[in-house]
Design a protein around this ligand. Structure first.
Ligand SMILES: [Zn+2]
Length: 456
């Protein structure tokens, strides 16, 4: 029996309510963090680490310096993630819509001087780093993660946007005590946007470059923590900006933090009490290494020497190590597997086709030749009476839909659905709850989908 089918064009993404709960600073904050040593620009000639000008800098908070610290390892639910026990399921380009919130305490100083061009440049840097291309990614170990970033063109209300917000507030001088105050100033739905907050300072000095949260600590099926996102000191945003700092001038801090945002750990497995020991990051093609990497200060640090540690050459070119920006160029295949798995597990709403349309990132997706083959997604699944289809087809196609029940009986069929790109709603009032196989027949291919109809 053929049931009633109705297709309607529309945007089918589900808006998720922001979690209403606010959380205290401590207790749930999980962040991988880093501190590394380096000389500030005015003290680069110093070589004595006891010198008072010698400062600790960090891409992210770490260890005893990290007031956000939680157990990073316990936040990683399914280690180890390796090429042996996890296989890439697709070759899609995952595009992350990005919004950059600049929060500054003085418009004439610090973050207030960060230009739109410098912010756009950082997005370019991230795309080069994650894409293994450009002038700074010539190393031999890294691979293209097939993850890309789009500075959005639409705000949460659908209005045109540069993808950059600017907020004047004394909170721009961020401390551990006011993280939520900063993020409460401006925050876009974290299920739809990767939120960067670029601030004057973090914890009272320019020494801390940034921090992020592992998605396993932030995201559940039903909620997302309001801290989710990445905080960066403005000096570390953009490549070779006038605000940038010698050894960290290539914009690799946001790259590193975004690695955490995708569930990557530091290569040494992060800190434990006591002397550094050989540790690892639960990725099988990043060699174990010992403790935080302490780079030599600029300019000699630019030599990018590799220490021999734990029977391995330390992979200081890894974006997740502490080495200087000019030494970095590598996400390994194992790291890429872990990141892409994390995106599918925790951040899939960001990369969904409807969200890319809503955020204005669809064009990039299209331009990037993202889909090497035609794609049809279904959401939600399980469904009740409505199935949303997301078509992304290279050209307009005439599709047929056939539903078979668990016993192989044809229960629904509809022909002559004209589709190319867009969302379609399918109303299924006659399908009883249960499991179905859906064959979508196109002129050149048949797609097989499993569909679950739940109780209504
Ligand atoms: Zn880190």
């Amino acid at each position: 029996m053929l049931g009633a089918f109705s297709f309607s064009f529309g945007e089918g993404v589900r808006r998720t309510d922001e979690a209403k709960r606010w959380h205290s600073w401590f207790g749930k904050l999980t962040i991988a963090a880093i501190f590394f040593l380096f000389f500030s620009s005015h003290s680069q000639a110093q070589t004595d680490s006891s010198n008072s000008d010698f400062k600790k800098y960090g891409r992210c908070l770490f260890g005893k310096f990290n007031p956000f610290k939680n157990n990073v390892d316990s936040a990683s639910p399914t280690p180890p993630w390796s090429s042996e026990n996890y296989r890439v399921e697709d070759n899609k380009i995952y595009i992350l819509p990005v919004v950059v919130h600049v929060v500054f305490a003085d418009p004439n100083k610090a973050a207030g001087k960060l230009t739109d061009a410098q912010i756009q440049n950082e997005i370019q840097v991230m795309n080069e780093d994650f894409g293994k291309y450009g002038d700074y990614n010539g190393g031999s170990l890294g691979v293209d993660s097939r993850i890309r970033f789009c500075l959005v063109e639409k705000d949460p209300n659908g209005n045109p946007s540069t993808g950059i917000t600017r907020t004047y507030s004394p909170q721009g001088k961020m401390t551990t005590a006011n993280e939520m105050a900063v993020k409460n100033l401006v925050r876009w739905d974290q299920r739809r946007y990767l939120n960067f907050w670029v601030v004057d300072q973090i914890n009272g000095s320019d020494n801390l470059a940034g921090y992020a949260y592992l998605p396993s600590s932030m995201v559940t099926q039903d909620s997302i923590q309001q801290e989710d996102g990445i905080v960066v000191n403005h000096k570390f945003f953009g490549r070779n900006t006038p605000l940038n700092i010698n050894n960290y001038r290539l914009g690799r801090t946001p790259t590193h933090e975004t690695g955490h945002y995708f569930e990557l750990l530091h290569p040494w497995g992060d800190d434990e009490p006591g002397p550094p020991k050989c540790g690892d990051d639960k990725v099988d093609d990043t060699p174990p290494c010992k403790g935080q990497f302490t780079a030599k200060p600029f300019p000699s640090g630019d030599s990018c020497n590799h220490p021999w540690q734990c029977n391995n050459r330390r992979q200081i070119e890894n974006f997740m190590d502490y080495s200087f920006d000019n030494c970095m160029n590598t996400f390994t295949q194992g790291q890429v597997l872990r990141m892409r798995k994390a995106i599918r597990q925790y951040r899939e709403t960001l990369i969904s086709y409807p969200n890319l349309v809503k955020t204005g990132c669809y064009k990039l997706w299209n331009d990037s030749n993202a889909i090497t083959e035609n794609q049809i997604d279904i959401y939600p699944n399980p469904a009740t009476s409505n199935l949303n289809f997301y078509f992304f087809l290279k050209e307009k196609q005439n599709l047929s839909f056939t539903f078979y029940d668990a016993l192989g009986r044809l229960v629904e069929k509809v022909d002559n659905i004209q589709a190319q790109t867009g969302s379609y709603n399918l109303y299924l009032p006659n399908l009883k709850p249960g499991f179905y196989s859906l064959l979508i027949t196109a002129p050149d291919k048949t797609y097989v989908k499993k569909v679950v109809i739940g109780e209504r």
